[in-house]
Design a protein. Structure first.
Length: 357
């Protein structure tokens, strides 16, 4: 038994060493700028024409290694791509971003993974991610009072929890070179947006709804963004984010819980003739704040404790419609794959004391 244990440890070390060596050699690669790419204060409007393109042809000379190591590596990679290491059940510290510690119910699918988005040793918000269509279904976060300023010095990041064997559970900047291909099966990568000229990377949890620099930085992961039509992203949807920020800044006295999500209908961004990223048909958002200013003007007061809105992700006819939580849930039941029990907030954010009346 001792010899077998020793041999197993040697094999494991050999495997770790092997996984750090590129399997494809003798090929020319353009170096991705992703590892050092940062956004500007108008990141949502940033053009992606400066990002590199995968034009070099690769040859397939495999690094020599023991057959057992190659076989074990392939099996491990296959299992990792399917399973990932995301949390099956959210921890208490991650549930703090959810009203009553409960995520939206009525969204079930084998390809949907809950991610506790972690940055700089702290959880920041929660995302439900579709690993089949490489897009977040929603991000749930707590709103922080802010002046709306954007952070401008953060590189775009990816989520190691989804598809790579990693000793970190935190989002990481995209690596240089072509190593990003090791996790592109389970999530979007920067190359997916390179030639998608009609779209830009639009946040679900926007940095202007956060105050702490690290909270702002954590929003710049591709697991928190979806393809948004440029005119929509920079126009009506951006303006609505401002409206919600000002409303919650002024009239929400306690914690405001926000869930922002999408619906899809089959439209995809393609790369190399392969469907890569689902394009949202609608974007929607809802907030819940039970401790609010009861002396606020009526046109604002009736939008508490909870309210919602949605809009069409198009160049035209993209006006934002504000409505009650219940009306939004009914709309989503007609428009997407949620079931009849779909609920964004527990009891639609009606506090227990009010529910008795």
């Amino acid at each position: 038994m001792h010899n077998q244990s020793t041999e197993l440890k040697i094999q494991q070390k050999a495997l770790v060493g092997l996984k750090r060596v590129p399997l494809i050699q003798n090929c020319r690669h353009q170096e991705l700028r992703a590892g050092t790419e940062t956004h500007t204060s108008t990141e949502r409007d940033r053009k992606t024409e400066g990002e590199p393109r995968e034009t070099e042809r690769q040859t397939s000379q495999v690094t020599m290694a023991p057959l057992w190591a190659q076989a074990f590596l392939l099996v491990t990679m296959a299992m990792t791509d399917v399973q990932g290491t995301v949390e099956k059940e959210l921890s208490p510290e991650c549930r703090e971003f959810l009203y009553m510690g409960t995520p939206p119910v009525g969204l079930e699918d084998h390809s949907l993974q809950k991610i506790c988005q972690r940055y700089n040793n702290k959880p920041r918000y929660v995302t439900l991610y579709d690993t089949a269509n490489h897009v977040p279904i929603y991000s749930a976060y707590t709103f922080k009072r802010s002046d709306g300023e954007k952070r401008v010095d953060v590189p775009w990041m990816y989520e190691p929890q989804l598809s790579t064997v990693s000793d970190t559970r935190e989002m990481q900047p995209f690596p240089r070179g072509y190593m990003h291909r090791n996790f592109e099966d389970a999530q979007a990568i920067l190359d997916d947006y390179t030639n998608a000229v009609l779209y830009e990377r639009g946040h679900l949890n926007p940095d202007e709804h956060q105050a702490d620099p690290d909270d702002k930085a954590s929003t710049y992961t591709l697991t928190n963004v979806v393809p948004q039509v440029r005119e929509f992203s920079a126009g009506t949807w951006k303006e609505q984010e401002h409206v919600i920020r000002k409303r919650l800044n002024n009239y929400c006295h306690g914690t405001a819980y926000v869930v922002t999500g999408i619906t899809t209908s089959g439209n995809m961004i393609r790369r190399h003739n392969i469907d890569r990223v689902a394009v949202p048909t609608y974007l929607w958002s809802a907030y819940c704040c039970t401790d609010y200013d009861h002396n606020a003007p009526y046109d604002e007061r009736y939008k508490f404790p909870a309210f919602a809105h949605y809009a069409l992700n198009e160049k035209e006819n993209n006006q934002v419609l504000e409505l009650s939580i219940k009306k939004l849930e009914e709309f989503l039941q007609r428009s997407t794959f949620v079931d009849k029990n779909f609920q964004i907030f527990v009891d639609d954010c009606v506090p227990p004391a009010f529910a008795l009346h």
